[in-house]
Each structure stands twice: as structure tokens, then as C-alpha cells.
Design a protein around this ligand. Structure first.
Ligand SMILES: [Fe+2]
Length: 522
């Protein structure tokens, strides 16, 4: 996809900062900071800026002050006081036409994060934003409001990403994603990993190292998030478009389920609360996602005009423990038990209500774990992953039946977790080739997790032969870019050949089209 010249200029500006604009007539409003003179001596905007959860009249703007990202106690080198942060929204990337500004307090108890929930903006429009604190100016970000519900449909370019283990490789895939300048980014989790240095190693080893220890305390999680955001490629991806984020397991702990720790951690309830707190602080989330009593609300809907409704799911917090001690299992009857839940009763009902009430052309169900059945065993019998929907098969059937019965147009499930691209048809009964197709699933590979990736054509052919509803598999790193119109959804599975060195180009490994009204991949 080609970039327009003006966008290219913007990206380079965003990468280098825009300090020269500080004193222009359109500059940020003066505050008393001038007399207290730069008590923050170093640039506090090292973690960049972000925006998220657009509505027709607003969006959330985010930053977090951290002059020393890996400073002690996870506080990013900030002093023990609150700091006033000015924000500015403009119509243009040079901030010559400033439309809105204000001040928000970066509170120490929230790790000096700032979440500005804007309203009163115009629908379906591009905006630019930046922050200033005590004489320091942040990089500028580009964001966008959602189109109005009654607007004429216009195409949406959507990028889908997941799984970015910091040690396993460089974030070139985030950089390439940013260069495509999507309107919106959906991140499906494993944004960060909780492991100690080398606690989970990729085949090719580590290109860099996690902060000390596995994450357990609030300070640990805060520092780890800061380490991830210190990556310039990740910051560029945030700066280019608003994101819709939802966590998977590693933002807390590998394969956690509800209140159950996969490692038997006796302090898990507290650890989970710490992880949720740091997640909120480091993501462009609305106030509805402020953690409360050790829980967090992540499942939510975002409407994109008449074209798309996003249903973001939480597939961790409300699930029953994995059946049959987790892992890949054959002959596990418990996975079929009708009492078992993945979404929890309330979220399942919320999702089905949201599908039934949707008037959108496309219903994008953004979630974490593989929904299509995947048999890992060649030949007779099936062996499936207890952590994915195969481990909660009865609830999957209820949900896929709900897709059909809700009358919601064109359900498309967006999935992460697998560290491999997949494209699959979703069927009421995966063991019956004549079973109705009720939607499609697009699974994005990882940005970085598992290192360079590879192509194993024999293994791919074997898996597809065993699972005929899966039409594409790719073990290389990458992301998905969807171009969505009234008529069709076109998904480009982008792939990179290596991430152990910087600079890999991204290519389109496969392209699928889903015509509106046909729940199948072409
Ligand atoms: Fe992952």
C-alpha cells in the first residue's frame, strides 16, 4: 500500500518529536510551570503517546510520564508528586489549527498515566494530538473518530496484531504495520509477556532481555510495560491510528483462567489485580476499564458507523479452568461438558444481545484464542488444545449457533494467541463437511513471539488435510490488514521472513476475500 507524501512527513515528525512547534502561536496554553522551571529535567515522554476506543464524537488520548522507563519501583524515574499535563487536539499535523485543549493530572498512584476522554469531536474525521508537561513536548499522534451511525458507508482499513514477546525479536512488524497507515488497529493480546529474562526462549534465542524477575508486583508489571513501550517501532504503531486493545494470558500469567493460576501461585488474586492495574495504566482505555476490586472490564463494543461493529471479548477473566490439566489432549471428555464456560454467562448473553441488535454490515468479534477446531493429530482420533475454544466445545457450539440465530450480518472472528496465521471457516459441526458455515475466522500470527518463524510446507499440508475448514497456515511473523467495504472484506496476511535482525520487509503471504452475505473465505 502506498503512502501519501503528507502522511510520510507526519510519521517522520512523530518519530523525531516536534519541539520546534512549542513556541508557535498555536502552541499549548501557558501554565504556571514557567515559574517553577522544568522540575522534570529529562523528557518524560519516552513511552510515547497513544489513542483508543473511538466513538463518533471522541476518542481516548493516552500518555504516561517516565523520564527513566526502567527507573526504580516501576515509577519511571518520576518524582513523588502529581504532574499537570496539557493536551492539544488539532485538525492538522503541524498544529496550526488547534481545535481543543485542556489539562489533565498525571497522578502518581496511576504511575503518572494520562487518559483524556474526548467528546464533542466530529464523526469520521482525522485528528492530531500531543501533550506537554513542564516544558517538554510529546511526539504527535494521529487518531480518528468513528463514522456516525447514519453516515454513508466508507471503506475501513483495519490492522490486526497480537503476541509481541520482547526478547524474541525486533518489532519490525509493528513498524511495517504503521507504514500501512491503517484507520484502526485491533490488538488481541500478549501485548507484553510476564516471564523473567529467558523464562521462555524462542528457537533462535533472545535479541534483548526482559527486566529482572517474572512480573508479580505492581512495580514489576509497570516496569515491564515501560520496557515494551520504550521500543520505537511499537510507539510508531500507536502514533499512527487509534487502537482497540484486549488482553490475553501473558499480560497476567501464562494460561491463567479466572482466579486460577497455571503455576499454582498462592498470591495469584493479588498478582492478577496488579497486572490489571498496570494494563489499564499503560493502554488507551476508557474510564469504564478502570480496575475495581481486583476485576477489570475489557469486553466492550465499538461501532464503526454502518459498516462495522466490534465486539471485543475477554476470554480469560470469566473462564472455567482448562479441562484435563490443560495442554494438547486426546480423549478428554470434560472439554465437551455443557456446564463449562469460557465467556461466563453474563458476557455470553451480552455478546448475543450485541449481535442481535447490530445493524452493522460486518460484525467483527475480536478475541484471543482459536475458535475453529484444530486437530493436531494426523490420522484417526483428535487431539486438541485445552486452552483454546476446543477445550470449551459446548459453549462454542452455543456461540456459533448464536451467530446464525442472531441474524447479525457477516460475523468475522479475529484471533491472536497462535503465533501462526490461520484462515478458517467456522461451522456448526467441524466434523461434518456439510455443516453450515456461520462465519469466518482470521487468526493473526505474532509480531515477535517465537522468533524468526519458518515455513514447513509438509506440516502445513498435513494440518490442512486433517482440518479441511482451515485453508491457510503460515508460521512466519506478521499481522493482518483488512480492507472492509459494504461489498467485501479483503484480508491480507502480511509476513516477515526474519525479526532477529532489523529491517525485514513485509510481504502479503496470502489474500482472502469474504464477500458480504457469504460466510466463507474465497
Ligand atoms: Fe502469545
Amino acid at each position: 500500500m502506498e503512502q501519501t507524501p503528507s502522511r510520510r512527513v507526519f510519521l517522520s515528525v512523530a518519530a523525531t518529536g516536534v519541539g520546534g512547534l512549542l513556541l508557535t502561536g498555536a502552541g499549548l496554553t501557558p501554565t504556571g510551570n514557567r515559574t517553577t522551571s522544568r522540575t522534570l529535567r529529562r523528557d518524560p515522554f519516552t513511552l510515547g503517546i497513544a489513542s483508543g476506543d473511538p466513538s463518533p464524537d471522541g476518542v481516548v488520548l493516552w500518555t504516561r510520564l517516565a523520564p527513566d522507563p526502567l527507573g526504580p519501583q516501576g515509577l519511571g524515574g518520576m518524582p513523588a508528586r502529581d504532574v499537570e499535563v496539557e493536551w492539544q487536539v488539532a485538525a492538522d499535523e503541524n498544529f496550526t489549527r488547534v481545535l481543543r485543549n485542556g489539562v489533565e493530572t498525571a497522578r502518581r498512584e496511576r504511575a503518572h498515566s494520562v487518559h483524556v476522554e474526548l467528546d464533542g469531536l466530529e464523526p469520521g474525521r482525522e485528528y492530531f494530538y500531543r501533550f506537554r508537561a513542564e516544558g517538554h513536548l510529546s511526539p504527535a499522534g494521529r487518531t480518528r473518530t468513528a463514522p456516525a451511525a447514519e453516515a454513508a458507508p466508507s471503506p475501513l482499513t483495519l490492522a490486526v496484531a497480537a503476541c509481541a514477546h520482547y526478547e524474541h525479536g525486533y518489532y519490525t512488524a509493528y513498524r511495517r504495520l504503521a507504514e500501512q497507515e491503517p484507520d484502526l488497529v485491533v490488538h488481541l493480546g500478549d501485548y507484553m509477556y510476564e516471564y523473567a529474562p529467558q523464562g521462555y526462549t524462542a528457537m533462535g534465542g533472545a535479541v534483548r532481555e526482559h527486566t529482572a524477575g517474572k512480573c508479580a508486583t505492581l512495580a514489576d508489571y509497570r516496569m515491564r510495560h515501560a520496557q515494551y513501550k520504550s521500543d520505537a517501532d511499537l510507539r510508531a504503531a500507536h502514533a499512527v491510528a487509534p487502537w482497540l486493545v484486549a488482553f490475553d494470558d501473558h499480560e497476567v500469567e501464562n494460561n491463567w483462567a479466572g482466579k486460577v493460576s497455571s503455576t499454582g501461585d498462592p498470591e495469584f488474586t493479588r498478582r492478577r489485580a496488579n497486572a490489571f492495574q498496570a494494563y489499564y495504566e499503560n493502554m488507551p482505555l476508557r474510564g469504564t476499564s478502570v480496575p475495581d476490586g481486583g476485576s477489570i472490564r475489557i469486553h466492550r463494543r465499538v461501532d464503526w458507523g454502518p459498516l462495522a461493529r466490534f465486539h471485543l471479548l475477554d476470554t480469560r477473566q470469566f473462564r472455567d479452568d482448562q479441562a484435563c490439566q490443560d495442554g494438547l489432549r486426546a480423549g478428554c471428555d470434560d472439554r465437551l461438558a455443557t456446564r463449562r464456560t469460557l465467556l461466563g454467562e453474563d458476557q455470553r448473553r451480552w455478546l448475543l444481545d450485541g449481535l442481535a441488535s447490530s445493524r452493522a454490515r460486518w460484525n467483527l468479534v475480536a478475541q484471543q484464542i482459536l475458535m475453529a477446531q484444530r486437530d493436531y493429530r494426523a490420522g484417526p482420533g483428535i487431539e486438541v488444545n485445552m486452552d483454546s475454544w476446543d477445550g470449551y466445545a459446548a459453549e462454542r457450539t452455543r456461540l456459533l449457533t448464536g451467530f446464525r440465530d442472531s441474524g447479525a450480518a457477516n460475523p468475522v472472528v479475529l484471533t491472536g494467541d497462535m503465533h501462526m496465521h490461520h484462515a478458517a471457516d467456522l461451522m456448526l459441526d467441524f466434523d461434518d463437511p456439510d455443516s453450515p458455515k456461520v462465519g469466518v475466522e482470521l487468526v493473526t500470527s505474532s509480531i515477535a513471539s517465537d522468533g524468526d518463524g519458518y515455513r514447513d510446507k509438509a506440516r502445513v499440508a498435513e494440518t490442512i488435510a486433517e482440518n479441511p475448514h482451515i485453508s491457510y497456515l503460515d508460521q512466519r511473523r506478521g499481522y493482518i490488514v483488512c480492507r472492509i467495504t459494504q461489498e467485501e472484506l479483503q484480508a491480507d496476511f502480511r509476513t516477515l521472513d526474519y525479526i532477529s535482525r532489523r529491517g525485514a520487509p513485509a510481504k502479503t503471504g496470502a489474500r482472502f476475500t469474504v464477500p458480504a452475505g457469504h460466510s466463507t473465505l474465497l
